[in-house]
Design a protein around this ligand. Sequence first.
Ligand SMILES: C[S@@+](CC[C@H](N)C(=O)[O-])C[C@H]1O[C@@H](n2cnc3c(N)ncnc32)[C@H](O)[C@@H]1O
Length: 256
Amino acid sequence: MQGVYQAAEIYHYGFNFRDINTEAAILLAAADRLGNGGRHFIEFACGDCPYAETLMQAGVTYHGLDLSPEMLAFSQARLQAAGLSTAGILHLADMRDFALPQRFDLAFVLMGSLHFLDNAEFLRHLDHVHAHLNPGGLYVLEWCIEYAPSVEQQSDWTEESPLGEVGVRYWRRQRSALRQSFDERIEFTVNGDLAASSTDIVHLRYPNEFALLLQSRHSQWEMVGQFNAWDLEAPIGDDTQAINRPLCILKRRLSL
Ligand SMILES: C[S@@+](CC[C@H](N)C(=O)[O-])C[C@H]1O[C@@H](n2cnc3c(N)ncnc32)[C@H](O)[C@@H]1O
């Protein structure tokens, strides 16, 4: 049975519930209003590169980095089919350790994909991202802070697709209360038949812990803000209810 990050096409349709045009526009707005206004973007754990086509058509120089050759091959085929050049922009690499010749104005990571990294790996990643950003550049993290922790969580949904009905089942249960590590299982079905599944150990970071980790990199990063549901007008506050797909935006300090 293939893993969910090998089943790139099924992944793409299963996670197709996002409003790509609106969210790509929010990344551009963040770069202009909060960052240095530059248009060199990189996505970590890019997978199927859901926003790449829209961003490139808006004039962004897009790069993506991922560990899965199947995901990158799928992204390459998809972008080329849209008439876009993929020469030198898709990088097969581990986001815990990477070195690229390019420098970027905005980095982003979607769907909590930093939860593959434990705290030490997260800080190492942050140091590498810092080295690849231009001064005043942003790092936009979607759902990488867990504001409403639970010891067990499950969700299921389906999406219609050219492959048929793609089903996604997500399950997570605490493995270690001490380390905030969780067993995570994701299953894909196509027309009801199991088509891919993966089991991972993931690491959640809660808001205070995230703030302390960031404090250890105080000279490199400034916290710009934390926003609910991809809305730059909705900063998360004490009274924010129903936090969903939150953004945390960090800024590379100008001086280093
Ligand atoms: C949840 S998917 C996100 C894909 C896409 N960015 C999206 O928004 O749908 C997570 C991705 O992280 C990649 N990944 C996992 N560990 C990684 C690592 N250490 N370095 C780079 N990519 C990694 C997987 O291959 C997968 O494509």
